[in-house]
Design a protein around this ligand. Structure first.
Ligand SMILES: [Zn+2]
Length: 226
């Protein structure tokens, strides 16, 4: 699938050896919505199967399927409602992970949610200082989706992105895609946003990017963890 947008621009700005470095980097995707990550080829296949009426053309069916999937993704995702806050992940017990999308509207609700001691937060876009301090103090991993944040305008620019605060604190983060289909991105391109020089990227060093990749591996929910 062709990628586009800020992440694609960042990737296109890299030298071949930088791309090779990112390709070989060990990293984990920890935040991707299933209905927004379906490859186009699979959607086309679903579209073919959707043809169940003599009056439907193949093109109509594919279009209807794509529209349905995109609508579903938007409706289920906070950017669909423009109330992006976070996804909330907490380990209940082995192999039983709860990941919910919650949109609290007050700082009190946010602190209440954080008191449940989640293991990871998705986006965490609208945390105030007290909430962010709590996240850092409790070592809660934050799943960062840069391209998604920029395209959905929950963050106006990389310069003001909350990732900078977490990097300053050397806090646990995981770089993720969110939805590769509507956001036309890839994990490689998301990491390119770290490595590319400003204004296209954050201009981090390869060692710093390597450290972020290692963080994502540490933040995985694994079968043996408790
Ligand atoms: Zn998300």
């Amino acid at each position: 699938m062709a990628i586009a947008g800020p992440a694609a621009a960042a990737l296109a700005s890299l030298k071949p050896d930088q791309v090779t470095f990112l390709q070989s980097l060990e990293k984990a995707e920890l935040h991707a919505h299933l209905n927004g990550s379906i490859p186009i080829a699979v959607i086309q296949q679903l579209g073919k199967e959707y043809v169940n009426s003599p009056s439907s053309t193949r093109g109509d069916a594919i279009y209807a399927t794509i529209e349905r999937l995109i609508y579903s993704s938007a409706a289920n995702h906070p950017w669909g409602t423009l109330r992006i806050f976070k996804h909330f992940s907490v380990k209940r017990r082995k192999r039983d992970w709860v990941s919910r999308c919650i949109s609290p509207s007050t700082p009190e609700e946010t602190l209440k949610l954080l008191s449940f001691q989640p293991d990871r937060l998705g986006h965490a876009t609208f945390l105030n200082k007290e909430a962010m301090d709590t996240v850092i103090k409790n070592n809660i991993c934050v799943e960062i989706c840069l391209n998604s944040n920029l395209l959905s305008k929950t963050v106006t620019a990389l310069e003001s992105h909350h990732i900078r605060q977490y990097l300053k604190e050397n806090h646990l983060i995981a770089i993720c895609t969110d939805d590769i289909l509507p956001f036309r991105t890839s994990l490689l391109a998301e990491y390119a946003l770290l490595l590319a020089q400003p204004p296209l990227g954050l201009g981090l060093t390869q060692d710093e990017v390597k450290g972020i990749g290692e963080m994502s591996l540490r933040a995985r929910f694994t079968m043996g963890s408790s």
